[in-house]
Design a protein around this ligand. Structure first.
Ligand SMILES: Cc1cc2nc3c(=O)[nH]c(=O)nc-3n(C[C@H](O)[C@H](O)[C@H](O)COP(=O)(O)OP(=O)(O)OC[C@H]3O[C@@H](n4cnc5c(N)ncnc54)[C@H](O)[C@@H]3O)c2cc1C
Length: 303
């Protein structure tokens, strides 16, 4: 889409250059598809030159400009060869949740996905599910870090102040080392995520379940090893953590459906990570391969 109010495109990564009427430009897949009638300049991150991915013993650092395609390639790359990180199994299912064209897949960035802050942002799901932190640079020269789960505050809303730049996202080795589980549902085969849950069983025995897509912002439930929930306790905890108005409502799913599926998938994840037999009721359960349009981690084809 043409943006005929734009007067300049400025290649920069310096928040001090930001002024009213500016927007950071990453892959442009949102900016150029939604358009704007008010923006005057685009601050282009395309020449940032930040390494897309940096891997060390502390975990994985993703530049905000890392593309979905680069992230998809990571689990099979030399960069993580020899690392026994089960959390890597989440990368491709999360990328695949981004049901997008070749062009969008190759242009859109992790940072752009977080900053767009849609409930169905699959990079939000991945990063929140792994307790990632976001590093944010401010126009005054300061920087701060926030958990990604807290960075997104609502549908299309986040904690960025005017001019702030999301620089990078850090995925800690402790979370990457956890046993993980992934569940996603969409109303149609190639549809946008309606419910996406990620579970972790950490080295200390704790259980973390992160709910995204179903809710307007990420919601995390944490249980210490000493107080592992049974099915009823988990359902009660989900009910306390997610009031009715926090479930998202759009063409990709009614809030009531998202709530029911959140409860169901949370219980599936609990049973999987605690290695318990799944006991679910309801006539839509079709067996271990799951109901139609459900996905769990498995090798997936290139788009
Ligand atoms: C066909 C299609 C399918 C899509 N499917 C999905 C989907 O399933 N789920 C989903 O969430 N989105 C989807 N999108 C929306 C979009 O493509 C993604 O959210 C994408 O990840 C945005 O990244 P980008 O780099 O293109 O962002 P851009 O368009 O460059 O920027 C998006 C916004 O984020 C800001 N921004 C970007 N980077 C930074 C930064 N580093 N610091 C501060 N602000 C920044 C920009 O100023 C702008 O406001 C889809 C889009 C299309 C066209």
């Amino acid at each position: 889409m043409d943006m005929n109010t734009i007067e300049a495109v400025v290649p920069t990564t310096d928040p001090a250059e930001w002024r009213d009427g500016d927007a950071w430009l990453a892959g442009g897949t949102v900016l150029f598809s939604y358009g704007s009638t008010v923006l005057k300049r685009l601050l282009d991150l395309g020449e940032a030159g930040w390494p897309a991915v940096t891997v060390d013993d502390a975990g994985i650092e993703l530049a905000a400009t890392c593309t979905v395609a680069e992230l998809y390639a990571l689990p099979a790359s030399e960069a993580v060869a020899g690392r026994k990180w089960p959390g890597l199994d989440l990368f491709r299912p999360c990328c695949d949740s981004f049901v997008a064209s070749f062009k969008v897949w190759n242009m859109s960035t992790v940072g752009g996905n977080l900053c767009t802050s849609l409930p169905a942002g699959p990079m939000i799901s991945l990063c929140a599910g792994l307790d990632a932190t976001a590093t944010i640079l401010a126009p005054g020269g300061s920087s701060r870090t926030v958990p990604v789960a807290a960075f997104v505050t609502g549908d299309g809303q986040n904690g960025l102040a005017p001019g702030e730049l999301l620089r990078s996202i850090h995925l800690p080795a402790s979370s990457l080392s956890s046993k993980v589980a992934f569940r996603r549902l969409s109303l149609s085969n190639l549809g946008r995520s309606g419910v996406l849950l990620i579970g972790r069983r950490d080295a200390d025995g704790g259980l973390v379940i992160t709910v995204t897509a179903a809710t307007k912002r990420p919601v995390q439930l944490r249980f210490a090893a000493a107080v592992m929930p049974g099915p009823a306790a988990l359902a009660a905890a989900v009910g306390r953590a997610i009031p009715a108005e926090l479930y998202h409502n759009d063409i990709h799913g009614l809030p009531e459906w998202r709530r029911d599926m959140t409860l169901r998938l949370a219980e599936e994840i609990r049973a999987e990570l605690l290695e318990e037999r799944l006991t679910v009721s309801g006539d839509f359960w079709t067996g271990p391969s799951g109901p139609p349009h459900a996905t769990s981690p498995q090798p997936s084809a290139q788009p």
